[in-house]
Design a binder for this molecule. Structure first.
Ligand code: MN
Length: 256
């Protein structure tokens, strides 16, 4: 069976119409990697954990996508002036899904906002705004590139022995960069597996979970230009297939 990969979506209001949306780059990357994409929209109030549980039970892997800022209330901070737009419904859905995935061993890949959601779900903290919080203390790189999105603008160094390094098969990688927030302190059981030259955390992964990985860059914009970036999605799909087989086997055992 081809595994279903849940892709989280955002909300936006344009021309007085509220829309659920996600960049088709995420959908295309999952398809190219051999998975079946399933879009998971933020759920409107009244909140119903049973519905979130149904979404969780439908998919075998989770792709937490890029988007607006995570509300700092979820990591115990008040908002700073440079905090961007937040989406309470999306925060709520993604944090529940990420915590369920971490608890159940469901494969999860977080991209940009997604690495931040994964980290906050595990009790970690974020920089609400890298330029205003870190620039005064010293040099930080340009993390909001104005180059085309498929074009890598800064290097990251991958940690030896990490899952991420195994996926890419190298220790230095050039990536794109479209973020003003970043992971500050990694959450429970998460370790840093890539940093930019200015020390900004560019990837994290769980040391206790089969595959819970977050990257700060956007591989979904890069794989068509450089196939190496498709490997991350291929690994997510492989891990999801393994999780799906395991879940079916567990259900059969429990039923008999
Ligand atoms: Mn960056």
């Amino acid at each position: 069976m081809t595994p279903l990969i849940g892709i989280t979506c955002g909300l936006e209001k344009r021309d007085e119409i509220s829309r659920v949306y996600i960049s088709s780059d995420y959908v295309n990357a999952v398809v190219a990697a051999g998975g079946v994409p399933v879009l998971l929209p933020p759920l409107a109030k009244p909140y119903d954990l049973g519905k979130v549980e149904s979404l969780f039970g439908t998919v075998s892997g989770l792709l937490l996508t890029g988007g607006v800022d995570v509300d700092p209330v979820h990591y115990g901070e008040e908002p700073l002036p440079a905090l961007g737009r937040v989406d309470p419904d999306r925060d709520r859905l993604e944090l529940v899904l990420a915590r369920r995935a971490l608890a159940e061993g469901m494969p999860v890949l977080g991209i940009c906002r997604g690495i931040q959601v994964l980290n906050v779900a595990a009790g970690g903290t974020l920089y609400q705004d890298v330029p205003s919080q870190l620039q005064p203390a010293g040099q930080v790189l340009l993390h909001s590139q104005r180059a085309p999105c498929w074009y890598p603008t800064h290097e990251v160094r991958l940690s030896k022995g990490s899952k991420l390094q195994a996926v890419f098969g190298c220790e230095r990688l050039r990536v794109n960069s479209f973020h003003h927030q970043a992971v500050r302190s990694p959450g429970r059981d998460l370790v840093v597996t890539a940093r930019a030259a200015d020390g900004i955390i560019e990837a994290i992964e769980s040391v206790t979970h089969p595959f819970a990985v977050g990257v700060q860059w956007h591989p979904e914009c890069m794989w068509e230009a450089d196939a190496i970036f498709l490997r991350l999605f291929s690994r997510l799909v492989e891990e999801a297939a393994a999780f799906s087989r395991l879940r079916v086997a567990t259900e059969i055992t429990e039923a008999s």
